[in-house]
Write a protein that binds this ligand. Structure first.
Ligand code: IDP
Ligand code: MG
Length: 160
């Protein structure tokens, strides 16, 4: 988009969101996409993927020393994931609020994790925790040509 020629921050910030295998199995993909769409974010990349354990170990490399790491990789490779890139103003920080807390027990109703799951080890969705990790995760999960730049005709009704 030429509307916001400021680089991948501000209006053009991009975040990586993934519906985890339990979210796909439990038919939550449509509901989750709808929440980001209705909020006003712009979808710029999406695919259904069976992630390899290598990819997941790299994705979660900061957690490699945690006791739950092995189980986390097994969970995340247990079925297909819907990987997405969403764009918009402060999308990374706002997505974390849409998701809720890491542990669904601490997530308020109205958040995805607050509404759709119970345990931290089956918390249905991933969202990048910073702009830096978003950029790392997007380049890990998507090739540049898998991301679409399209003019958002509703931008003038979402941004002042
Ligand atoms: P986040 O997904 O909210 O960013 P992280 O701390 O980055 O949370 O942890 C990544 C994922 O690892 C969590 O979403 C959850 O699926 C899993 N996880 C985190 N803590 C635990 C735990 O104590 N037991 C089991 N799984 C956990
Ligand atoms: Mg995290």
């Amino acid at each position: 988009s030429n509307l916001f020629p400021t680089g991948w921050t501000g209006f053009n910030e991009r975040g990586f969101i993934a519906v985890k295998p339990d979210g796909v199995q439990r038919r939550l993909v449509g509901e989750i996409i709808q929440r980001f769409e209705k909020k006003g974010f712009q979808l710029v990349g999406m695919k259904l993927v069976q992630a390899s354990e290598d990819l997941l170990r790299e994705h979660y490399r900061d957690l490699r020393d945690k006791p739950f790491f092995k189980g986390l990789v097994r969970y995340m490779s247990s079925g297909p994931i819907v990987a997405m890139v969403w764009q918009g103003l402060d999308v990374v920080k706002m997505s974390r609020r849409v998701l809720g807390e890491t542990n669904p027990a601490n997530s308020l109703p109205g958040t995805i994790r607050g509404d759709y799951c119970v345990e931290v080890g089956r918390n249905v969705i991933h969202g990048s925790d910073s702009v830096e990790s978003a950029q790392r995760e997007i380049s890990l999960w998507f090739r540049p040509d898998e991301l679409e730049c399209w003019e958002d005709s509703s931008a003038q009704w979402i941004y002042e």
